[in-house]
Ligand binder design. Structure first.
Ligand SMILES: CC(C)(COP(=O)(O)OP(=O)(O)OC[C@H]1O[C@@H](n2cnc3c(N)ncnc32)[C@H](O)[C@@H]1OP(=O)(O)O)[C@@H](O)C(=O)NCCC(=O)NCCS
Length: 174
């Protein structure tokens, strides 16, 4: 059965992404991209979004969530919560918001809701998150939601120093 992944927090609706979100997603991808690796609308619509939508077909409740700001009904970014690439027993969490929505606690609010869903409904064993050492806001979000520092490593994609944080089910239950 395909699960409905809709989630609601105090200030956000977290819903499935759709192809109709292509322009909103593209605008945010462009805003947070590195200048050497700019996305295109075509890539967003024909490669990036179809990949994200394929998660919903699998029906296991993981994948990507669009973040809608309730007060404006605006698309402000997205979260993912999915198997970690290198370790199937881990569930990786990530968050990407448009600049005008930063600093309002939205990333923390969405991540908290996904972690609760993961441990209470989805039988997740361990949540992990990674961020470049220089990405202070992202690291602060990990700390605020109760993840704990695990290790320092070199990010394969960028060659830069990165941090991994994690939270075990036992520590969440406690
Ligand atoms: C990371 C990101 C999602 C944060 O979103 P956000 O909604 O602004 O996060 P929150 O408001 O929940 O929390 C951010 C925290 O970082 C702190 N922070 C932000 N910039 C900071 C800085 N330069 N120095 C110190 N603290 C900083 C904020 O003060 C806040 O902590 P506080 O509540 O204790 O004051 C957003 O910056 C983003 O989308 N960045 C680009 C994409 C990205 O890097 N994603 C992470 C990869 S997983």
């Amino acid at each position: 059965m395909v699960q409905d992944i809709l989630l609601e927090t105090e200030r956000l609706i977290l819903r499935r992404l759709t192809i109709a979100d292509a322009e909103s997603v593209y605008a945010i991808r462009l805003e947070i991209a590195k200048s050497s690796d700019l996305p295109t609308l075509d890539d967003t619509r024909n490669r990036w979004l179809p990949f994200i939508l394929s998660y919903y077909q699998e029906g296991h409740g993981f994948g990507y969530w669009a973040a809608i700001e309730k007060v404006t009904n605006e698309f402000i970014g997205w979260f993912y919560f999915r198997s970690a690439p290198n370790k199937a027993t881990d569930t990786a969490i990530g968050y990407f918001l448009k600049r005008s929505a930063w600093g309002k606690g939205y990333a923390t609010e969405g991540v908290r809701a996904l972690i609760v869903k993961g441990f209470t409904e989805l039988r997740v064993k361990r949540v992990v998150a990674t961020a470049l050492t220089r990405n202070i806001a992202s690291i602060r979000v990990m700390e605020k939601v109760g993840l704990r520092f695990e290790k320092l490593f070199t990010d394969d994609a960028t060659g830069r120093e990165a941090l991994r944080y994690c939270l075990l089910r036992e520590d969440f239950d406690a």
